[in-house]
Design a binder for this molecule. Structure first.
Ligand code: NAI
Length: 336
């Protein structure tokens, strides 16, 4: 069955990793019609807009996109395109599976975690102002509706995938109202799932310590927006870095698949970017589209390339001497 997928290359290493992912997905035999679309700093330079209307319209119409990272200027400049995209398309749930991979040397070999991040609220509301000279404030928005929605998503995901336990990280000891509401909604939602899944809560500072000490004690994590952002990168560090962790953003009508990593300007256009996180995001996308056999083909292929550990093929972030292209080509060869 043919699927139409929007392809947003993004900025920095985005074009390199999305080109590699597209080549691997096409080589799997998946029947995809790609619709390339602009967004980000590159789009601003070319078209004068960071998020052109036609990009939003096409993703809404087709319902699925594979997206590269987009640069967000620090301390000024344009508002995050990622945040706008997630809000405009109501992509309220970010799903980030973090698992140990064969052949990648990292601190742990037994990590198998799924991070569920609320994607539309919290400090990402971007509501900031100067109260008086020298005093800034940033509003942390937490609503019952969004907190219930993400808790339901997490428990439904756990049940559907046969996951055992959801741990909610929070700071409700200090942010009694905002994190308190998030926690209360998770607790209440859990009542409808208590016969099928375990649930626990952890103050986030302890949670981070526990994660780096023994990640195998966790199965799924449920977090508000900013905590989810930070803990995703922390968790990536447990399994080999940002080059190997995929992601997906789900709404009720749309899904945008993208690696957890950013545009990595320090390695852009050098052929050094690890394409695996984007390829793995493509695998999540194929599963979402029901092309599960193609998804398994790609997954088996990259597991086998990683397992062989031919350093001339792998990218430097995971100990290799190869390039984005050599790694993607090896995965394509492994599928033949
Ligand atoms: P980053 O994730 O781009 O890079 C952090 C470190 O990881 C760098 O050393 C980079 O070289 C390395 N890295 C990242 N992806 C890699 C890959 N595929 N292969 C090998 N190494 C990789 O984070 P940073 O530097 O904090 O942010 C750069 C820009 O990306 C910023 O403008 C930020 O706003 C944006 N960003 C965009 C995201 C998105 O579009 N979803 C997510 C995170 C950041």
């Amino acid at each position: 069955m043919m699927h139409t997928v929007c392809l947003v290359p993004g900025d920095g290493i985005g074009p390199e990793v999305t080109t590699a992912a597209r080549a691997v997905i096409d080589a799997s035999g998946a029947d995809i019609e790609w619709v390339p679309l602009p967004a980000g700093a590159t789009a601003e330079q070319l078209l004068g807009r960071t998020l052109p209307e036609r990009t939003l319209t096409a993703i809404t119409a087709h319902g699925v996109a594979l997206k590269g990272p987009i640069t967000t200027p620090i301390g000024g400049g344009f508002e995050s395109v990622n945040v706008r995209l997630r809000k405009k398309l109501n992509l309220y749930a970010a799903v980030r599976p973090v698992r140990s991979l064969p052949g990648i040397e990292s601190r742990f070999s037994n990590v198998d975690l799924v991070i569920i991040r609320e994607n539309t609220e919290g400090l990402y509301s971007g509501l900031e102002n100067e109260v008086v000279d020298g005093v800034m404030q940033s509003l942390k928005i937490v609503t019952a509706a969004a907190s219930k929605r993400i808790a339901k998503f997490a428990f439904d995901y756990a049940v559907a995938r046969g996951r055992k336990k959801v741990t909610c990280f929070h700071k409700a000891n200090i942010m009694k109202k905002t994190d308190g509401l998030f926690l209360e909604c998770a607790r209440r939602m859990y009542q409808s799932y208590a016969d099928r899944v375990q649930y626990e809560e952890m103050i986030i500072d302890n949670g981070c310590m526990q994660l780096v000490r023994d990640p195998s004690q966790f199965d799924m994590l449920l977090l508000e927006n900013l905590y989810g952002d930070i803990v995703s990168d922390l968790a990536a560090g447990l399994v080999g870095g940002l080059g190997v962790v995929p992601g997906a953003n789900f709404g009720d009508d749309c899904a945008v698949f993208e690696p957890v990593h950013g545009s990595a300007p320090n390695i852009a256009r050098k052929g050094l970017a690890n394409p695996l996180a984007c390829i793995m995001s493509g695998v999540m996308m194929l599963n979402h589209l029901g092309a599960t056999e193609k998804a398994s083909r790609i997954r088996n292929a990259y597991d086998s390339v990683l397992g062989e550990r031919d350093l001339s093929l792998l990218t430097p972030d995971i100990g290799g001497r190869g390039t984005t292209q050599s790694f993607a080509d090896a995965i394509i060869r492994a599928m033949k």
